[in-house]
Unconditional design. Structure first.
Length: 255
């Protein structure tokens, strides 16, 4: 009976955490509705008429866990919003969604979520690396929703290697040094930086192994200086990040 009470208390806390302790949030905006599947606890508002695709989400989860070669013994918390404005009113965050770093909770406006799901699992179980690698690994495993039952990573339903090749041909790829900056990474269009980050990280995984990428991420921090990124990369891979970047550019040029 005691264990049952504890489980009820934990679940109640999860619901409340997604509602936000803010009396200014209207009843129509509160994530007052909830249900669970094998690997997710879902939270949404009464007025949300978009049905969450739990079949896809559970299948994607199984694929992702297998791809990352990890074991997860807790459920993810999926906080669903009607639109960007709803998400902003409740969380104060602008955009389509975000993951709470180091936790298994993420917020999204989508009926199925890939990108933030990766962030949640990676930052909780592996680490929170600098932006190039943080967004890179999320995009590298961001499977195309419309490709189901196959899970093919891409960016907005496009091959990120093909996109990266086009960006290189038209000179749109920012300098590596800029992409390593904690702040300067965000100075560029995410429809360029995200797919090239995903392409680069996927290249490193495919050519140098997932385990090396995980080892690198483990010793990193999101706010690391460029000098530390350079040092950690060389320590992990035995080559400079500039050499790895050049290898990747040659790869996408001939893709």
């Amino acid at each position: 009976m005691k264990d049952c009470k504890i489980l009820i208390l934990i679940f109640t806390c999860l619901i409340y955490s997604c509602k936000k302790d803010n009396p200014a949030i209207s009843e129509v905006d509160r994530l007052s509705e909830t249900f669970s599947t094998k690997h997710f606890d879902y939270f949404y508002s009464k007025s949300d008429n978009i049905i969450i695709d739990t079949v896809w989400q559970e299948a994607y989860y199984q694929w992702l866990i297998s791809q990352l070669n990890i074991t997860l013994n807790e459920k993810l918390q999926y906080c669903k919003y009607r639109d960007k404005e709803h998400l902003m009113r409740v969380t104060g965050h602008n955009g389509n969604g975000y993951a709470e770093v180091g936790t298994l909770k993420f917020h999204t406006i989508w009926q199925a979520e890939n990108h933030e799901c990766v962030h949640s699992i990676v930052t909780k179980l592996i680490g929170h690396p600098p932006a190039l690698f943080n967004e890179g690994i999320a995009v590298a495993y961001q499977a195309n929703y419309f490709g189901y039952p196959e899970f093919i990573p891409g960016w907005n339903n496009q091959d990120f290697n093909t996109l990266s090749k086009a960006f290189k041909q038209n000179g749109s790829i920012p300098e590596l040094d800029k992409l390593l900056g904690t702040n300067s990474y965000w100075d560029y269009d995410s429809n360029i930086t995200y797919p090239i980050s995903g392409s680069f990280v996927r290249y490193m995984i495919n050519h140098y192994s997932l385990e090396k990428m995980k080892a690198f991420i483990t010793i990193c921090d999101f706010n690391d200086s460029k000098a530390k990124i350079h040092n950690d990369f060389f320590t992990t891979y035995g080559i400079t990040i500039e050499n790895a970047w050049s290898e990747w550019e040659n790869f996408i040029s001939s893709y």
